[in-house]
Design a protein around this ligand. Sequence first.
Ligand SMILES: [Zn+2]
Length: 284
Amino acid sequence: MIQDIAPHQLDNSFKVQTPMYSDRLFIFRDKKVLVRKTDGDIAIPLFSNITPYWPEVSDYARYLFSIDEENFFLVDESKANIVLPSEYGLENINIFRTMEPQHLGFAGITAHQLYRWYEDNAFCGRCSHPMIDSTIERARCCPTCGYITYPHISPAIIVAITDGERLLMAKNGYYQHFALIAGFVEFGETFEDTVRREIYEEVGLKVKNIRYYKSQPWAFSGTEMVGFFADLDGDDTITLRDNELQDAKWVSYDEIPQNRDHLSIAQEMIEIVRQRKHTTLNNR
Ligand SMILES: [Zn+2]
């Protein structure tokens, strides 16, 4: 999955740090990221690349996290008037899905999640005064009313429902691939409550034997995906109930399409069912 970067290791602890020439920087504009293109390679720039064109770049840098010995910073260039040579350009953040080495792709989407949070919290949601960064933790603070906000992470469940040798697959748009049932946790719910509610709302089925599998941070949507397997309980008739899904169907294990990629927990769970390994998994 996209966060599986071993043997590399993410250190997301809060630090106040100034950049070195060898550190990397992210400059985002909406869903685009500044990259350096040389000989067909696309790379996240280092401070040593940018400093010749923008000597004050460090003054605009915010430390985000490190992976092994490499530090990553977010740079806000919106108020600076910088001109970079033609080898620099903006690319859609989807390049992070296939970026090599993979830990840089994971760094990229994680940095973009934090970028969105900083952008969304320029002003206090309670009194609308400009917010400032905390000096002791990753938080935005209001100096007027004392309101504090932390990076937003939304829990959601994803569930593979099986019945004998069949998996329930669903798609939520005409051009989408068939995938698994998923949905956000609502107030007052346990994860298991969300599993039962989402399944009933979307396809009108009941399930039993709900087993936790794994979780995945999915920075593209700021979601923490929590994966479960569950067995059908009773009637197998699919009823598309709330117009969220385009289609849903029971697919025999032999007809499940092969893995498209290894990025998401959904693809990993579908592959496990296709190989019939889900029945022997231990809870972990
Ligand atoms: Zn305030």
